[in-house]
Design a protein around this ligand. Sequence first.
Ligand code: AMP
Ligand code: TRP
Length: 330
Amino acid sequence: MALLYDGSMRILSGMQPSGDPHLGNYLGALRQWVDGQSPDAFYCVVDLHALTLEISPEKLREQTLNLYATFLATGLDPNVCTIFVQSHVPYHAQLSWLLECVASYGELTRMVAFKEKSQRQEGYRVSLLTYPVLMVADILLYEATHVPVGEDQRQHLEITRDIAERFNHRYGETFRVPVGVQPKVAARVQDLQEPTRKMSKSVSSPLGTIYLYDEPQELQRKIMKAVTDTDGEMRFDWEHKSGLANLLEIYASFSHETPDAIAQRFERYGDFKKDLAGLLIESLGPIQRRYRELRSDEGYLRELMAEGALRAADQAGSVYRRAATAMGLL
Ligand code: AMP
Ligand code: TRP
């Protein structure tokens, strides 16, 4: 659905601290979060979700701080919205348990993300299967009406709606049923080397992922080496020219033009790529500078985390108690 924020929206979204934030995270999610921030918006680093795959304690700590600083660096303002870390608010794990008693095994095994990730490793964790239920809890605790996420999360939004409706039907009206919101361009940024696959923290090729904190030379190199095609025609066509289409969408999301209009402005791939690299360096520069400043003051980040957790718990606690009571817990 189109992105039009108005005052009656309650927004919740989350991001996993499972790797370094990349351009897909920024264009598919973070940038919309910033557009939608208000006192009715809640954004969290979902550290519990990151435990579904192997991650060392040091890395998890480090990346949680990095991602929290990234939220701030991209423009989220703790004086405007609530920014917190999922595990600091115990109601997420608690409501997740209650909802596991409403979700069915079958619907969880049908999740595409589960099928993909479980195939990649033997002895995967049970939490990889139950992960969507925790995400449902994240969303329902904040009575969200809108959840801004990239295209890859659509199925998880559907299961959120199904579980909320099932719960309401079984135990009485308890949860608000949310919808997902996706950006119009760049809802799905593809890997620059393998444009049929989404840009991702975990599985992309080293040259295929643009990280938010890549140095200018690195940004330049990745764009110039991005896979296109051999017909040399500047045209926006996802079906036949996915590499170029991906780059055009990235360009469009920064320049606020349409991909078609950009394709018409350039004759040659090389010129277009050079321009795109310049645009990226210019657009990411201020975010990178703010990030370095914020990340160097861990004490400040931790203070903000504590404040955010208090505000979040206030909201989440009342919904958790309502759900627990509805199910018959004394
Ligand atoms: P994750 O990195 O999987 O925790 O995703 C965090 C947010 O970024 C989610 O809202 C995703 O939908 C979004 N996201 C992740 N990868 C991409 C991508 N390649 N293109 C667009 N959005 C993405
Ligand atoms: N599952 C999401 C992802 O991998 C992250 C997430 C967890 C989330 N809880 C959420 C997103 C709640 C939106 C709302 O990207």
